[in-house]
Design a protein around this ligand. Structure first.
Ligand code: GDP
Ligand code: MG
Length: 864
């Protein structure tokens, strides 16, 4: 947990890795590798550096207020009786408080700050208007996400039900098995006992017989005067079951359960324990492990309990535990990695696919159509397929990856139509090289545009040949030469110009040049000599998937090698299942799909991801196991991410040693508000309390926001947005703090209050009176009594006091007595003389001062 890499830290604090490395450098630490671990000490160092570099550190380090006290004493000669003069000391005390200019300025700048916030608010509003269009899009996106969530929930539920069902079945089976085993064991035990008893009886008889024989022999031998070793002949300890006396017992069902026919030895105790090599996958149930070791599940459970694990027969245990217990029970464990099983499966299928060259047959090329938006990708496909997809698309934008195959006179071509190049690369990132050829569509009236360049980059990265379709050639303003020229700048050069790329001028509307384009594709394919074995078990790639209300998970897959058939057991990413039904792109049922042919399949356990590999597996158990391990891995990754979030909490706790923190997670309806809030709230930070905005973004409060807030102990702020049901559940369960606002000022006020709460209370003192000691009387009854003149304020009988000598506190305590003349009084006003007795302090001297003060507790607030 405490081992954190620079990258993780960057993720946690939500800044780019580069920036963090830079900051670390600025803080005097040398990090260059994002995967280097960063120690807590380094983190603290960075924190201090950042705090300092953010201004407050130095400036505020000095006191913001200095109070100077000045006392001047002058002498006055006052005539007294008998012509003598008396010298009286007159003390003038001045107190000046100097407040640091910056503090005053800060106070003054409070208003500009407010103006600034108002300005931001206004900006935000302006922006809001500007972003109305965007907001609508966002709304749509949100709705889509919600649908997706609902879909996932339904899916999850279905899966849980299925799991539950499977679990019940397994339990039932296990119960039956256990019962059978128990009966069998009882039976065996009984038989064994009988055998033993019989064997014992027989051995006894034998012994008697032999003893009798021996006796006769000994008699004979002794007669001959010879001696023989007694044990020699009878040393064998084996138990024998006499021939013909074997019991062949039957169970109720009439099956023989104890068959020893053909063997003389009915029972022989193994001389050494059998050591088995047990294969241990990454996860295994107790029952499966018991089976693998050929031990009773109860014994295994006992052993696990001995190791401190309470498990049930159906519980899954991890590899490490399994290995431990296997070895503890005297067997040899062999860890099998999921990759092993996976690569084993893949190798198996590949070997089959490439079994022999003879079986390889030419397969259709798989073509991906790419290019700038509106250049006519979908229209081109429509024309080729004689369909009208483009005109039916929402907003004319391709929403999904489509996969189609087209039969032309010269051969079959399969097309992938992607919503964007990112989708193409995402698929590639998952390891799926699905495309053989890229068709780059460039509108002749528009020329090379940003996404055209992007498409070239993606195709080059995938090392896939490009065929350029210069589209919209029917248009009057079409300029094919310009397209060629522009493309040549990006090293896409026509063959005519000595380059390598095939250029075809087409029109998706009139159909001009399309035959030529198809020919070019097939020619290119021929050059590439694309082959696959159609007889092998199928492998391929998931193009897309969705959850259908009625049909369950539906996946569009592209078969790459082999032939996928209805009824095949398929492993697809983290999902698996028997192919229940297959359809072509027109929605017509099909029985099989060969190499390069796309198909829609039903029957998977869930929706795999685009780009996931598919594989037909002979063994359902293996398919299930690999799918399960992949899921576990995915879960672990997610868990690791959550841990990163928790780490942030830890980091915050660390910082809290010095500075308290208010963590906030802000969600707003528009980016402008999110920014304005983030700035305004972060600026509330001071020396003691830091306002830390973990995240400020656009959109409703989601489950993951809630989890993040929980993990990092943050207050959730929804500005014109609300938390969804899933988020609300977590918020309620975890007791998180959630606030909705529609006015930035309310949010600021509340956060101010929260900060004030953290600031805590403060004890303040107020000097209420000052008395000067003129004389000290000793009284046997009261001890030392100071004769005083109250010079300032009031001296109160019950308030705490301090005794000052030369402005230095020499004693702090309370009064024993306060008197005017002979009377006890509660208080004495300025200008009045009084007698003061200080409790437990007898050392008062003339010239001392007695300061009387009040103490009270106040709640500190930011405005102080
Ligand atoms: P995509 O975004 O690349 O899939 O482009 P679309 O296929 O949706 O086409 C965008 C627009 O261009 C549509 O209005 C099409 O009717 C139009 N379009 C596509 N190809 C041609 C063409 O060859 N000639 C003309 N005139 N218009 C075309
Ligand atoms: Mg399109």
């Amino acid at each position: 947990m405490s081992q954190v890499t620079v990258r993780q830290l960057a993720e946690v604090v939500n800044i780019p890795v580069d920036r963090l490395i830079e900051q670390l450098g600025e803080a005097g630490m040398d990090f260059s590798d994002p995967d280097e671990t960063i120690s807590n000490a380094d983190k603290m160092k960075l924190l201090q550096f950042l705090r300092k570099s953010h201004g407050k550190g130095e400036e505020m380090s000095g006191p913001s207020k200095i109070t100077l006290k000045r006392k001047s004493i002058s002498e006055l000669r006052v005539p007294s009786g008998a012509g003598r003069a008396k010298t009286v000391n007159v003390e003038v005390r001045k107190r000046r408080t100097y407040v640091k200019r910056s503090v005053i300025e800060e106070k003054e700048s409070l208003d500009p700050e407010r103006e600034e916030a108002i300005r931001k608010l206004k900006e935000a509003q302006d922006q809001r208007e500007a972003e109305e269009v965007k907001a609508r899009e966002l709304e749509e996106e949100r709705r889509r996400q919600e649908e997706e969530r609902a879909r996932q929930e339904a899916e999850e539920k279905a899966r849980q039900e299925a799991e539950e069902e499977a679990r019940r079945e397994a339990e039932e089976k296990a119960r039956q098995d256990a019962e059978e085993t128990r009966l069998r064991e009882m039976e065996e035990e009984r038989q064994r006992k009988e055998q033993e008893a019989k064997a014992q009886r027989e051995a006894e008889e034998q012994r008697k017989r032999e003893a009798a024989e021996e006796r006769t022999r000994q008699d004979k031998e002794s007669r001959r005067g010879k001696r023989r070793d007694k044990g020699g002949k009878y040393g064998r300890q084996e138990l024998h079951v006499a021939e013909g006396k074997r019991g062949l017992r039957r169970t109720k069902k009439g099956r023989p359960t104890f068959d020893v026919s053909g063997d003389k030895h009915g029972f022989s105790k193994p001389t050494a324990p059998v050591v088995r090599e047990v294969e241990v996958p990454e996860t295994i149930t107790v029952q499966e492990l018991a089976q693998a070791m050929a031990v009773k599940a109860t014994d295994l459970i006992k052993e696990l309990m001995r190791l401190g694990m309470m498990v049930t027969i159906n519980q899954t245990i991890d590899q490490d535990t399994a290995i431990l217990v296997v070895e503890e029970m005297g067997h040899k464990a062999k860890a099998i990695q999921e990759e092993d099983l996976e690569s084993e499966l893949v190798a198996e299928v590949q070997a089959e696919a490439e079994e022999d060259e003879e079986k390889l047959e030419t397969r259709p090329p798989v073509v991906t159509v790419m290019g700038h938006v509106d250049h006519g990708k979908t229209s081109l496909l429509d024309h080729i397929r004689h369909t009208r997809v483009a005109s039916g698309e929402a907003g004319g934008i391709t929403q999904h990856i489509g996969a189609y195959h087209v039969k032309t006179e010269k051969g079959v071509v399969s097309f992938l139509d992607t919503p964007g190049h990112a989708a193409f690369t995402t698929m590639r990132a998952r390891g799926a090289q699905a495309t053989d050829i890229v068709i780059l569509v460039v509108a002749a009236d528009d020329g090379v545009m940003p996404q055209t360049v992007e498409a070239i980059q993606h195709a080059r990265a995938a090392e896939v040949p490009i065929i350029v379709a210069v589209n919209k050639i029917d248009k009057a303003e079409a300029n094919a030469d310009r397209v060629m020229q522009e493309l040549s700048k990006h090293e896409v050069i026509p063959e005519d110009w000595g380059g390598e790329e095939i250029f075809v001028k087409v029109s998706a509307i009139t159909g001009e040049g399309i035959d030529e384009l198809l020919e070019s594709i097939l020619l290119q394919a021929e050059v590439m000599d694309l082959r696959a074995n159609p007889d092998a078990r199928a492998t391929g790639v998931v193009v897309e998937s969705s959850l259908d209300k009625g049909r369950g998970p539906v996946a569009t897959v592209l078969v790459q090698t082999g032939t996928l058939r209805k009824g095949d057991m398929l492993l697809a990413g983290q999902e698996y299942g028997r192919v229940r039904a297959m359809f072509n792109e027109a929605g017509e049922p099909i029985e099989e799909a060969g190499p390069s042919i796309p198909a829609q399949i039903l029957g998977l356990s869930g929706t795999p991801m685009a780009g996931d590999n598919i594989l037909v597996v002979a063994d359902e158990k293996k398919a299930k196991e690999v799918a399960a391990t992949r899921q576990t891995k995915e879960r672990e990754t997610r868990l690791a991410q959550q841990q990163a979030a928790k780490l942030e909490g830890l980091f915050n706790d660390m910082a809290a040693d010095e500075q308290k923190q208010v963590n906030l997670l802000i969600r707003a309806d528009v980016q402008g508000s999110a920014e304005a809030l983030k700035d305004a709230l972060t600026n509330l930070s001071n020396d003691e309390v830091k306002v830390n905005v973990i995240a400020a973004s656009v959109g409703g409060i989601t489950e993951s926001d809630a989890s993040l807030a929980q993990a990092s102990n943050a207050i959730l702020i929804g500005f014109n947005v609300r938390a969804d049901a899933a988020a609300r559940r977590i918020i309620q369960e975890a007791g998180l703090d959630l606030h909705y606002y529609s006015v930035i000022y309310d949010a600021i006020d509340d956060v101010k209050k929260a900060i004030s709460g953290l600031l805590g209370t403060e004890i303040r003192e107020e000097i209420v009176g000052l008395a000067e000691v003129r004389d000290v009387f000793r009284s046997s009854k009261f001890g030392a009594i100071a004769g005083c003149l109250v010079v300032e304020g009031v001296v109160k009988r019950r308030s705490p006091i301090r005794v000052l000598r030369d402005n230095v506190v020499i004693y702090e305590g309370e009064l024993e007595s306060l008197r005017r003349f002979k009377d006890d009084v509660e208080e004495v006003q300025a200008g009045t003389e009084c007698g003061i007795g200080v409790k437990q302090y007898k050392d008062v001297k003339p010239g001392d001062q007695i300061e009387c003060f009040d103490r009270f507790e106040v709640q500190r607030s930011l405005d102080d």
